[in-house]
Design a protein around this ligand. Structure first.
Ligand SMILES: [Zn+2]
Length: 420
């Protein structure tokens, strides 16, 4: 599955109609979820029947294309099965009980309710929400794919406007690798990652760099009177600054992951509980700023693309153990150099990276199964793998900018960061 994304040119009245369609799809989702919660043991079929009932009950639900309503039900279904999966596998921590949504930003159509203009530069939504015809900007050409390969069309609202995504049922092309190295990666705060060959990838710290401007934009919101237009505008400026940072981060993670997979046949990384780490308040901002989860997701993606083997190892003693002799050399976080009695002196993270690689090779590690988080996606005319289509539900979403080649692919920011 590829996802092509275009920015849409939207008139005022159309934006009202799109918001209304988004709100309706959220309404259907929450109603169906409520129904599932209140009626223990109801099955898939009951959920769809309840959806039909909603359509007769509420005229505004009927106005939304029937397949778009179904897509909302599918969304609930996915949330439920994810929850059951986690329970079955006894995943540590929270199991992800399905939650109600308050801030949905997209509405998804299937193969009906929309029509592409013959030039494929325009799309018309024909249900009774009155969205009408939208002009599409971006050069990644949707018309190189036959119409019947387009399985989903999504309208996404972001801080800087509306985007139309097409999920196209094709496999991402594979590319040859440039070299067949083996490498262990230790991600950290000092460097984005350090590898077992002694290379350090700098940490770009996009948030720190933009922090001043973001704080300024945030303060501006409170200086405007509540409920007034200027306040709304200030909020938009603030959200767009965040959107920019999250795009930069995602693009950086993508570029680095791509380079790693392109140059290596075997990549080992340490499985980190990023969510758990971010709970440490003193480190939270730095950790969020380095985008490890995105990095991991992209590693998995490019592993397929370049035929690289990517394995994750559990994080035990990788930084304390000596990579030369195997003795444990205790050190605090602030000790940056690993010095062992056996004469082994290494930068701390490099020592850890070597341990990660040898651990992966000795235990076989395991394919990084947790790396397929579902992210949201962005950028003009982008290519992504689709997270909600039937074919392969857990592929990361990929995006490329305009007509540019794959090196500039960038995915979208994750939910909370993008717009507030
Ligand atoms: Zn040693």
């Amino acid at each position: 599955m590829l996802v092509l994304e275009y920015k849409a040119v939207v008139k005022k009245a159309q934006s009202v109609a799109i918001d209304e369609a988004i709100r309706t799809s959220q309404f259907v989702r929450n109603k169906v979820l409520r129904y599932w919660i209140d009626n223990r043991g109801v099955g898939k079929k009951d959920l769809y029947q309840y959806n039909t009932q909603l359509r007769t009950e509420y005229p505004f639900v009927k106005d939304l294309n029937s397949h778009a309503c179904q897509a909302s039900v599918e969304n609930v279904e996915r949330a439920i099965s994810r929850f059951f999966d986690n329970c079955k596998k006894n995943k540590p921590g929270k199991k992800g009980y399905p939650r109600f949504k308050r801030d949905t930003r997209s509405v998804e159509y299937k193969t009906s309710g929309w029509k592409l203009h013959p030039t494929k530069r325009r799309i018309t939504f024909s249900d009774k929400k009155g969205i009408g015809e939208l002009k599409l900007l971006g050069k990644w050409d949707i018309h190189t794919y036959p119409l019947d390969l387009i399985k989903r069309v999504r309208i996404v609202r972001r801080a800087n406007g509306y985007y139309v995504q097409f999920c196209v049922k094709v496999d991402a092309a594979t590319e040859p690798r440039m070299a067949n190295g083996e490498v262990g990666l230790d991600v950290g705060l000092e460097y984005f990652y350090s590898d077992s060959n002694g290379y350090h990838e700098e940490n770009p710290r996009f948030l720190r760099k933009a922090e001043k401007a973001i704080k300024h934009a945030q303060r501006r919101i409170y200086s405007k009177e509540k409920g007034k237009n200027n306040r709304r505008k200030a909020k938009g400026q603030y959200a767009r600054k965040h959107l920019r940072v999250s795009r930069q981060r995602e693009e950086h993670a993508l570029r680095v992951a791509r380079n790693v997979c392109k140059a290596n046949a075997y990549v080992a990384y340490e499985e980190l509980n990023v969510k758990g780490l971010v709970r440490n308040r003193r480190l939270a901002k730095s950790i969020s700023d380095v985008a490890w989860s995105a990095f991991r997701r992209w590693l998995e993606y490019f592993a397929i693309k370049f035929g690289t083997q990517v394995v994750a190892v559990p994080p035990h003693y990788t930084s304390q153990k000596c990579s030369g002799c195997g003795n444990v050399v205790k050190k605090g976080l602030s000790t940056r150099t690993h010095t062992c009695k056996c004469g082994c002196v290494l930068q701390r993270d490099v020592n850890a990276a070597i341990n990660i690689l040898s651990k992966a090779k000795s235990t076989g590690g395991h394919p990084g199964s947790n790396a397929w988080g579902v992210a949201t996606s962005t950028l003009l005319g982008a290519t992504q793998a689709c997270a909600s289509c039937d074919v392969e539900p857990r592929i990361p979403r990929l995006i490329a900018v305009g007509s540019v080649k794959h090196s500039s692919i960038a995915p979208l920011p994750s939910k909370g960061e993008a717009a507030k």
